[in-house]
Design a protein around this ligand. Structure first.
Ligand code: CU
Length: 166
């Protein structure tokens, strides 16, 4: 049958939906795709550990720093971030762009998404002494961020820079 007749309206609907979810920065009520919309973007997408080109070890410290403070990655790489909490308080590690970091920070301070956030593929929470992983596929070049969103940590400067080139 003529499936092509339906393709355009569906595509249009998808585009409109996408546009709507992207332009809704100020409204908090359209939480339909809240959990997914900032778990992917120009900063990449969830990766498959089997395709990982390397493992980058990151240490989270109680003085609100990550070590290393920045990492260089080639476009197309899938990286396993192995995050160890060397401190005595919980830390988180969120891969994203500025918007994703800001969004998480808002959710944390508003208490809006406390329960769901740790299910997202671009974040891991690590308890003192523990190690967690985020597997991420960097699909585009650009400068991105890893940040900790325990209360007050990001504001205190607990973040690192991801530079993707190629
Ligand atoms: Cu922290």
């Amino acid at each position: 049958m003529s499936t092509s007749r339906h393709r355009i309206p569906i595509l249009l609907a998808v585009v409109l939906l996408f546009a709507a979810s992207c332009s809704s920065g100020s409204s908090q009520d359209d939480d339909m795709n809240m959990d997914d919309e900032h778990a992917a973007g120009a900063f990449g997408e969830p990766g498959d550990a089997a395709n990982a080109t390397r493992t980058i070890e990151v240490t989270a410290n109680d003085n609100y720093t990550f070590d290393p403070p920045s990492v260089a990655i080639s476009k197309g790489e899938t990286v396993i971030f192995k995050v160890t909490n060397a401190g005595s308080i919980p830390h988180t590690f969120l891969v994203g762009d500025q918007a994703a970091q800001d969004e998480h920070e808002e959710e944390m301070t508003s208490g809006e998404n406390m329960a769901g956030m740790h299910d997202e593929p671009n974040i891991v929470e690590v308890q003192p002494g523990e190690t967690g992983e985020v597997v991420w596929h960097f699909t585009d070049s650009g400068t991105f961020i890893y940040g900790c969103h325990e209360t007050g940590h990001y504001a205190a400067g607990m973040k690192g820079t991801i530079i993707v080139t190629g």
